[in-house]
Design a protein around this ligand. Sequence first.
Ligand code: ADP
Ligand code: MG
Length: 725
Amino acid sequence: MPDKLSTSIQYLKSVGPKRAESFAKIGLGTIRDLLFYFPSRYLDRSTILNSAKVVQHVVNGFTGEVTIIGKVIDSEVHYYNRRQIFKVRMKDTAGYFECVWFHGAKYFKNVFKNGDHFAISSKPVLTKYGNLQFVHPDFDRFAENESTEFLHTGKIIPFYRVPKELRETNLGDLSLRRIIHNVVESFSDDLNETLPDHIITENNLLDIRRSVQNLHFPNDFDSLKSAMYRMKYEELFYFEILVALRKNLFKNKKKEFSFKAKAKPLKEFLNSLPFQLTRAQLKVLTEIRKDLESDKPMNRLLQGDVGSGKTIVALISMLIVVENGHQAVLMAPTEILAVQHLKRIVELVKPLGVKVDLLIGGQKKSERIRILNDIREGKIKIIIGTHALIEDNVEFNKLGLVVIDEQHRFGVLQRSTLVKKGLQPDVLVMTATPIPRTLTMTVFGDLDISIIDEIPLNRKPVKTILRGERKLPNIYKFIRDKSKEGYQTFLVYPLVEESEKLELKAAEKYFEELQSCYLSDLRLGLIHGRIGWQEKENIMSEFAEKKYDVLVSTTVIEVGIDIPDANIIVINDAFRFGLSQLHQLRGRVGRSDKQAYCILITKDELAAKTNQINFNFDYLSPALIEKNKSIIRLNSMIKYNSGFDLSEIDLKLRGTGDIFGTMQSGLPEFKFANILEDVSILSDARNSAFKIIHEDPKLYQEKNLLIKNVLKKNYSSHIHLSQIA
Ligand code: ADP
Ligand code: MG
């Protein structure tokens, strides 16, 4: 039977071949695609007031937003102080009101046609003539029958995004809504269920047809909510099925070798270190050693705040593997970090005579050939590198352990490419991204977790202060004074120029200003994104060798860099950074027993405001949070030193671009579900998914057949199908 839903939308009424082309440009080709093109917003009648009510509210001192529906009577453009003002007069059942815009008159004149119906949302005001007015309101257009039906039946009206590709073929909000309405009416009953019956019943979920219908044209908010719930559940369910399958895959594998630490050399090595391992480091090391000894491959996440000392734990694990005649590899997210690891590790293992080498992108060809050869022949025991390690021509001799540093920078795919280069090697991934434990369990559910929850004892917490730009001269003086005591300083400067060229110019200009004026008696280095790794590395080493007092830098120092004498970091325009980025940057200092300082700089006004306010999250409304994000971020940096505390605040602030947010932490993104908000659905879905895979790992059973088919159809890129075929 041909699949009705796979037919092209060009045969639909009011679409046709030409419009179908523009739909195709935004990925909507078939009827099924259109069924799954959901509204971006909904308008609810219960929030609508009539104009008389609104006036009453304003008179009573109400200052919030309202929504009101009316019909356009007329509109006019007039001039005030040579500025164009556009005014629309409208009417609803109870009276008149007006909307004004102080720009874009030409555009709005085309939007607000006499006789059209609109929903207007904004703060109402009363003019000095007593007219009800909305300034720059949000607006949505209705067809006339929609507006009467809406007002009488109280249905919820959906609003669809109309991308410019559609607008170009004269397709507006109303026609799109009509087209989708027809599609839902005629075709939603042809949708096939994508969740097994037993899951639907057990969890009391809506079926797929009702869910799709309700998402488009819900009768009330409850049915909309149930539809949302089902869609979220489905996404998270399949996500957890994949996690469970992956975990299962590992569980059934056997290593050909296991690695047992010899007590004496280990002890000697620990004694040779310039410090004692913390209790937390010892604890995670025990966990890792158990895995290394076991005959099942290790698949472990090592979580620890910046500066908690993950590298040494990784090194000891690598040495155990090397001692057992195998190779170990450490993959870092940047070349500069790989080089830093190399130097550290070479230094530490010198007495042991273990051969360590580097494989990164920018190496000379002859050098590269030699290294690849030595890796293949097993001469190099510990290989440190970047993603250059996952290239095809890298072959290992006997790869026993893969360590991945700052794992959020790498995708799962890169991880598994590297892992496949060994015969079931052990895997340790390290991250400083402090996501709450429950979430880690659910999302990285195929990994075991070790946490370093302690910072080395000798550390004093970094002192964090916020100053306005006006204070910069004092801060430069502070840097000069402190440099006499041997302190080094990072001066971070976010580059916001559009082009790289301009960025470079800005960085150089800033550098010269400092060198010729404020910090003329100090030795300054400059590092930025436009220079190659070799030069970056040279500058970093020179900084580490104390050839500079101050390193002026863009955010390339962000991850992992470890220079113990650098104890001051000044972050310009600090409000531009996300919370985790700020925390990562601050983590560059405070790595010795000296008092370290993190100085955040912003515009004077913002600094003054932030320093006055002391937020308590329990009393903040979402609206207040939304309005004060920068202040809250800066404030929290001053108040908290631990990444875990900050990550919790970040969860509350979570919004575009914040770094603990989904993208940067490597958390997956969904269309409906939000992994941070829908934790309880996630955990339900996880329980069901794990139970199913536990009972029926290959999905042979009749009742799970559907799952297998959906996986094959929709998730084939995520799994080795052989697992369930
Ligand atoms: P991160 O966990 O952020 O990767 P690193 O491994 O770079 O941290 O360690 C930060 C610094 O702390 C390094 O200079 C390292 O030598 C030092 N360090 C590690 N463990 C200890 C310890 N137990 N006591 C004192 N210093 C330590
Ligand atoms: Mg590190």
